[in-house]
Design a protein around this ligand. Sequence first.
Ligand code: ATP
Ligand code: MG
Length: 439
Amino acid sequence: MKKKINRKLVLIATLAIFFTMLLITVVYYDLFRGQVFEDLRAYTMILTEYEDMSQIREVSDKLEEYEMRVTLVGEDGKVLFDSEADSASMENHGERPEIVEAMETGEGQAVRNSETLSENTFYYAVRLENGSVLRIAKDAGSIYSIFGRALPSLFMVLLALIVLCMVLAHYLTSKLIAPIERLAENLDESNDGTDYEELTPFISMIKEQHEDIMKNARMRQEFTANVSHELKTPLTSISGYAELIETGMASEEDVVRFAHGIHSSANRLLTLINDIIRLSELDGTEEEVSFERLNLYQLADTCVEMLALNAEKHKVTIRLSGTECYITGNKQMIEELLYNLCDNAIRYNNEGGSVSVEVYPKHGQTVLTVKDTGIGIPKEHQERIFERFYRVDKSRSKSTGGTGLGLAIVKHIIAKHNAKMELASEVGKGTTITVIFMG
Ligand code: ATP
Ligand code: MG
């Protein structure tokens, strides 16, 4: 970045200097040209004072020493006299612009290239009273030669300025970049202050992202620890039961009991692993999920029917109300969401309690509520139940086979569907979870 700014600054300075010089040369040349004409005009005017041809010749010889050439052109364009060449052999000058102009207006001027590029010939012509035209010509530097002559000094100035610019650019960029560099070094420090207020939103964004990354890393680590711990418990009991059977110490009845223990522990391991696989699938954001039009009411109905037996076992009634509503979503995910919410509402309910599922439209959105009359969730736990492996009452949840991953999965699904979730719960009274699908 520094190098880039540096290079740009030097480039801008060089261009600016170059164009300034070019402009100065042009302006200067214009002045110079005006001056040359002014001088030529003065000489010509003086010369017109002499009537006598011999006098003109004399003065012309003098002027020649200063590289000025005097020409007298007759009314018909024929050269009557020339201080440098033989007038008789010269072609008709009646068409020369300065002569034409002088004939018409009394005075005329022109510049023409000489044989060399570096010189121009300046002409000034004045009409005499007798109708002939007197002209003085002088070679003077062309714009190229003037630029060429100025070039070495221009070059020196340019060089000096570029060096100056480079030093300044270096100094300026260091100064510009310093606060940003300082910031990059102390991203963790909680100072929001930067010398550039334009950068403040950018910095807070980076800080936020930085914190998110740290939090994510911590969560992943916790997750791994939790997974290992969760897997360990059922495996330990499987191993324990198996060992008892292996040693032959268990009676026939015990073997059946232990086998049951092994079976349920193995089932628990399976659900756990399934949930973990599901979560990591949902984590993979690259994977495109296919969305389709879904009848939420119908899906809820299927779910309620499927869980009816389970509810009966818990002595809980479950029913669905509302109207047909369509949402755009992934079928499998929505089924999972419904299952997890209803399953919790049954599982954390009291005997004789009820679960009511409702699907209805509201302000162009579709609302799903799952309401139970269960044990409720204490305020301090309400935010955390969506974390992986988080359970309010470890023993109760475990006895019902919960792993604490259900709501974590629900949260993921909701995020994938750009939906919103609200939780209202009171201990002893029950819990209501509301999911709002946009459009
Ligand atoms: P899993 O759903 O993975 O089998 P789980 O039910 O324990 O296990 P979650 O569904 O994530 O896990 O729920 C987390 C915790 O939130 C539960 O252990 C329970 O303590 C609490 N909880 C969830 N839903 C309710 C509810 N409707 N009423 C009371 N507590 C609830
Ligand atoms: Mg659950």
